[in-house]
Design a protein around this ligand. Structure first.
Ligand SMILES: [Zn+2]
Length: 92
C-alpha cells in the first residue's frame, strides 16, 4: 500500500465535486445530495458527506453506502488496494 495513504486521499469535498456533476451545496450537517451514479436515479437519491475525512455516502435507493474508497471502488470496479492507489495518485 502507498505510504501514509489515508492522509493522501483527496478531501471528500474535492473528490465528490469532481465525480458528481450535480452535487448540491451541503446542509449544515455536511451532507450534500446528488444524482446517484449507481442506479437510474431521477431524484438525487445520493447523499455524500463532504465534511470530515471519511467521505461517507449512502443512497436512498437500494445502492447501499460506505466511505470514499468504497465509492471509488464502485465507480471504477477496482479492488480496494488498486482503488486506493488510484486515489492517491490523483492530484487532490
Ligand atoms: Zn443509488
Amino acid at each position: 500500500m502507498p505510504t501514509n495513504w489515508r492522509a493522501r486521499l483527496p478531501s471528500p469535498s474535492v473528490y465528490y465535486a469532481r465525480e458528481l456533476a450535480d452535487l448540491a451545496p451541503p446542509s449544515i450537517t455536511g451532507w450534500a445530495r446528488a444524482t446517484c451514479p449507481f442506479h437510474n436515479d431521477r431524484n438525487q437519491s445520493l447523499l455524500v458527506q463532504v465534511t470530515g475525512d471519511r467521505g461517507s455516502w449512502r443512497c436512498d435507493g437500494s445502492c447501499g453506502g460506505g466511505d470514499l474508497v468504497g465509492f471509488h471502488q464502485r465507480r471504477t470496479g477496482l479492488p480496494f488496494k488498486a482503488a486506493v492507489r488510484d486515489l492517491v495518485r490523483r492530484p487532490a
